[in-house]
Design a protein around this ligand. Structure first.
Ligand code: SAM
Length: 225
């Protein structure tokens, strides 16, 4: 559990009404909000650029409502779609109808990927490393299941380079973490990836349209070292 989340739960732990409201929010409202927010134009531009590079046996971590599915190319043989939220898995299931490859949903978290070592050609993660409670462990798991010749393709938002923007990211993070289902604004994505047994073969960073604390984006490809 991320420290901010634990802190929040400690603060409101004695207010059952409020906790119940937040459970309903996480269960019913958040999946719908994720689907709506992740359908924006900028995200689509990244999906178009990055997802067609996936090939072979693919693992997508945090598949969400399945918005990457239409962008996988003919090189994909099988997709393992890992997603802990049952509501999001259900939404993604509806988007698999036209897939040209087989899709197998994994009802697990990225910290414990139920796949064999060196069995996957491409791991894909888009806007998910910000939310996974133990991102380092998850990345180590991604490395474990990747073949030595495999790649990790990623698109993630995270810590901006300017101290002024970083200060806002740290300030807003506890609130954002709560309304965003555990999402963090201030993770240094390139450092997390290269510190977890990967080499960054390609890295592109930029602000996308929107508020600066929310929009600094890292995308690229990493290979297991
Ligand atoms: C902002 S959504 C992104 C969804 C999707 N990747 C996309 O591009 O639209 C974050 C996703 O991370 C998933 N997630 C949260 N914790 C996770 C964990 N421990 N392991 C795997 N996925 C997780 C959420 O359920 C959600 O689907």
């Amino acid at each position: 559990m991320a420290p901010d989340r634990a802190q929040w739960q400690g603060t409101v732990g004695h207010q059952p009404g409020f906790t119940l409201q937040m459970n309903c929010y996480d269960h019913w409202v958040l999946p719908w909000l994720i689907d709506l927010c992740m359908r924006n134009k900028e995200a689509r531009r990244y999906r178009e650029q990055v997802i067609p590079h996936a090939a072979g046996r693919v693992l997508e971590v945090g598949v969400g409502s399945g918005l990457n599915l239409p962008f996988y190319g003919p090189g994909v043989r099988h997709l393992f779609a890992l997603e802990p939220s049952p509501e999001l898995r259900r939404m993604a299931g509806r988007r698999t109808r036209h897939a040209r490859f087989t899709v197998e949903f994994l009802d697990r978290t990225a910290e414990e990927i139920p796949l064999e070592r060196a069995s996957i050609d491409t791991v894909v993660t888009t806007w998910t490393l910000c939310t996974i409670p133990d991102a380092i462990r998850a990345l180590q798991e991604m490395k474990r299941v990747l073949k030595p010749s495999g790649s990790l393709l990623f698109v993630e938002h995270g810590l901006a380079p300017e101290p002024g923007v970083q200060a806002w990211q740290h300030r807003l993070n506890p609130f954002w973490n709560r309304i965003g289902g555990g999402c963090n604004l201030n993770r240094k994505i390139d450092g997390l990836i290269s510190g977890s047994g990967f080499r960054l073969a390609d890295l592109h960073t930029e602000y996308v349209k929107g508020l600066k604390p929310l929009s600094f984006t890292y995308s690229g490809r990493a290979i297991p070292t």
